[in-house]
Design a protein around this ligand. Structure first.
Ligand SMILES: C[S@@+](CC[C@H](N)C(=O)[O-])C[C@H]1O[C@@H](n2cnc3c(N)ncnc32)[C@H](O)[C@@H]1O
Length: 372
């Protein structure tokens, strides 16, 4: 492989300057700069992992629940209101009934953030079918210790918070993860001077800067000079313990994303990595470390391939509009309130959550999927 260094102009075009003048002044920036001075450049994926998951200063370790909400940095379907959780509860109920009402039924939520979705699902199941509620063991897997205590305090004895799904050994159950895949650290790549380079983060003059090293990712060749894109996160480390935790299960993933062909289209010259702060997505990835969200669209082709390799069955992903409309059939017939219908419309509207978000179902073992 040629050792000619990359021309980093493509990165400046993908994430335009000027950067914020105060960009590198967060506590986490000072820590990163000090570590980079001692240890040298780090891959972008490691930088992203630190920004999001540093145990004290990471974006998701921050105690305030306002990051994901109407008043925070971005909204999810959960922040629209309780209807999202109600419809997922109905989906789970259907799966439970179709499989002979197994008891106990272990429901594992990943990345529950402030616990709102768990409360919405549990509340709805309790009114929908007390028999289902009585079989339910609700678990939340959350890697950040600070967030674990926030969750346990909110959920009390309605759920048990664990740090890792590998402690689970369940006969029957389900996994639910809303906007977790888009929060996994991704490697960043730059195509320059006829070869791929992995994007690294370094420091110069006491601010964070880009650098690069030659790389050989599993990506096609012959892209335009300066093409920037991201690789898939480590889906294998995520799915392997989940697959091992259940003998029979339904796994539901809801997220924004696209397939590999669209992600790596030559016209998508800047990939999908972006930052969210106060509902704006124009910040620079090297600014405000720990104080802004960093996220990338989910590569659904990659997660499907990893799922198959992990022994899971893959069912066709569908957009949230179609998926929730199937889940909502009986609910709509029961004449919900205008306020609830308005939430439903937001969740399925093409310009809001309906078209950008996809629901991917995976199954493990001998189960009746019961969908649609
Ligand atoms: C965007 S937030 C999720 C938002 C929330 N589910 C909602 O719908 O409002 C991403 C969450 O995923 C969590 N997370 C990241 N990696 C995880 C993993 N491997 N297992 C479980 N949770 C994870 C983060 O700590 C963070 O709380």
């Amino acid at each position: 492989m040629s050792r000619e260094p990359a021309d980093l102009t493509g990165l400046q075009q993908a994430f335009p300057y000027p950067r914020s003048a105060s960009g590198a002044t967060t506590d986490l920036a000072s820590l990163l700069i000090s570590d980079l001075k001692k240890g040298g450049p780090i891959p972008f994926a490691d930088y992203m992992a630190t920004c999001l998951y540093h145990p004290d200063l990471g974006y998701y370790a921050r105690p305030e629940p306002k990051t994901v909400s109407k008043k925070g940095d971005f909204m999810t379907s959960v922040s629209v209101g309780s209807v999202f959780g109600s419809l997922l509860a109905r989906r789970l109920h259907r799966f439970w009934l179709a499989n002979g009402s197994p008891s106990p039924f272990t429901l594992l939520e990943l990345g529950a953030h402030d616990g709102s979705l768990a409360c919405d699902i549990l509340d709805h199941i309790e009114t929908l079918d007390p028999a289902f509620a009585s079989t339910l063991s609700y678990l939340i897997s959350e890697p950040l210790i600070s967030r674990q205590s926030i969750l346990q305090e909110r959920l009390q004895d309605r759920a048990t918070v664990i740090s890792n799904p590998s402690v689970i050994n369940a006969e029957f159950g389900a996994v639910i993860a809303n906007e977790v895949l888009d929060a996994l650290p991704v490697p960043l790549f730059l195509y320059s001077r006829g070869q791929w380079h992995e994007v690294m983060v370094t420091t110069a003059n006491d601010i964070l800067e880009w650098s690069s090293r030659p790389a050989n990712p599993d990506l096609p060749d012959n892209y335009p000079e300066g093409y920037v894109t991201e690789g898939a996160p480590d889906f294998k480390s995520l799915l392997t313990p989940l697959s091992g935790a259940f003998k029979n299960a339904l796994l539901m993933w809801i997220d924004y994303g696209l397939d590999q062909e669209a992600l790596y289209h030559p016209a998508r010259t800047a990939g999908t990595l972006r930052c969210y702060r106060n509902h704006r997505s124009d910040a620079h990835p090297l600014d405000h470390p720990g104080e802004q969200d960093l996220t990338a669209d989910v590569n659904f082709t990659a997660i499907e391939e990893t799922a198959r390799a992990t022994g899971l069955s893959v069912h066709p992903a569908m957009n949230q509009s179609r998926y929730l409309s199937y889940c909502a059939r009986d609910w709509l017939l029961a004449a919900p309130s205008p306020h609830a219908v308005s939430q439903f419309q937001t969740l399925i509207h093409p310009s809001q959550f309906g078209n950008r978000f996809y629901c991917l179902e995976l199954t493990k073992g001998q189960v009746e999927r019961a969908f649609p």
